[in-house]
Write a protein that binds this ligand. Structure first.
Ligand code: R7I
Ligand code: MG
Ligand code: MG
Length: 333
């Protein structure tokens, strides 16, 4: 049984972890894995473990922006309500923060008055398989951490506003389940790798085959034991903007490196490609494992702190935790 203090700290860890990974990763977007690896090399030694590289951007992008809007909606409605999420996206998404075309068009259409179920096929006729629904989904993993089946259902529901392609939706399921499973792990121990893969399999067999194939590859890498080079992880699992080429990489890196937050984020950035999103997803999973107390304070203090900056993200995590407590734990229930 997790204490209330620890659980609240885990909610904070996940949202700030997403923020950190997103901001840190944004400085390395689109890099080849060899170049990204070069930038990260040498920073894992104890004397420079918390060193903040110059290319570390302090500013969050769409990944954190949408995560906070989704969290706001769960707080407002006590669950996942697509109509309200669409309203929050419409009100809060700052489209200058590195959004991709599918989501930009969807948000603009919502602002123009279209309903939430009318906007997801405006750019891609089969729906987007981008990782936008996965990058923002950590609040769902936190809020339903006590029920993996519910995480699956609600992750898909929140995805369907912008991502109706099954690959886009199930990338969100994989990421949300990884966050939920991380909440339930002891922050003082490494992840129970075999257990994590088994639990993810129990959910992901229901979705597209790509995610089961990725889980097989993840398991093979665990069996081999030695941590592979970034280039090999990319060859095996991907580093792209597509949900199925990024959510599995994020889960793999988080499970492999947690509870060391700095090493996990550096390993994510070393993959190159969609670095803000993969590092943001890794940050959310590892943050849900170790809590804010397990995050490097030197890094957190660097983050922007404007109206929707790091203090806002921390208080959003607290409100999400309070909503969870009132919904599922309150003695008056
Ligand atoms: O998924 P989405 O919100 O993008 C998230 C990414 C993250 O890396 C963020 O950090 C930000 O940089 O953007 O936005 P979408 O436009 O729906 O999907 C992202 C991209 O995936 C698209 O712009 C396409 O390049 C690609 N994509 C597709 N390409 C061909 N056919 C997604 N769906 C399709 C498709 O059906
Ligand atoms: Mg981004
Ligand atoms: Mg990205």
């Amino acid at each position: 049984m997790i204490s209330q203090d620890l659980l609240r700290d885990k909610f904070r860890g996940a949202l700030l972890g997403c923020f950190l990974g997103d901001a840190f990763g944004a400085g390395f977007e689109g890099m080849h894995p060899d170049r990204a690896t070069f930038h990260m090399s040498g920073l894992d030694s104890p004397s420079v473990h918390h060193f903040v590289p110059k290319k570390f951007s302090r500013n969050y992008t769409d990944d954190t922006d949408m995560t906070l809007a989704l969290a706001e909606s769960i707080v407002q409605t006590g669950g996942v309500d697509p109509e309200d999420i669409a309203k929050q996206f419409s009100l809060h998404c700052d489209l200058t923060r590195g959004y991709a075309i599918g989501t930009i068009k969807a948000v603009l259409a919502l602002r123009a008055g279209l309903k939430w179920h009318q906007v997801a096929r405006m750019v891609f006729e089969n729906g987007s398989f981008g990782n936008g629904a996965a990058m923002r989904v950590s609040p769902v993993g936190l809020f339903y951490h006590h029920d993996l089946d519910k995480i699956q259902e609600e992750a898909i529901k929140q995805a369907s506003i912008t991502h109706v392609h099954p690959l886009g939706q199930w990338g969100a399921v994989m990421q949300a389940c990884s966050v939920g499973l991380a909440v339930n792990q002891n922050p003082k121990e490494t992840f129970k790798k075999g257990q994590m893969v088994t639990n993810l399999r129990e959910i992901l067999w229901r979705g597209p085959i790509e995610y089961m194939r990725a889980l097989n590859k993840i398991e093979e890498m665990f069996v081999r034991g030695k941590k592979p080079e970034a280039r090999e992880v990319v060859q095996s699992l991907g580093n792209g903007v597509e949900a199925h080429f990024s959510a599995p990489s994020a889960s793999y890196i988080a499970i492999t490196y947690s509870p060391d937050f700095c090493d996990a984020i550096r390993a994510a950035v070393s993959l190159g490609g969609d670095t803000d999103t993969i590092a943001g997803m890794v940050g959310a999973i590892v943050g849900a494992h170790v809590g804010e107390k397990g995050l490097p304070i030197e890094w957190v203090e660097q983050l922007e702190d404007g109206p929707r900056g790091r203090s806002f993200a921390r208080s959003m995590a607290d409100r999400l935790y309070q909503t969870w407590w009132k919904t599922y734990q309150s003695p008056s229930e």
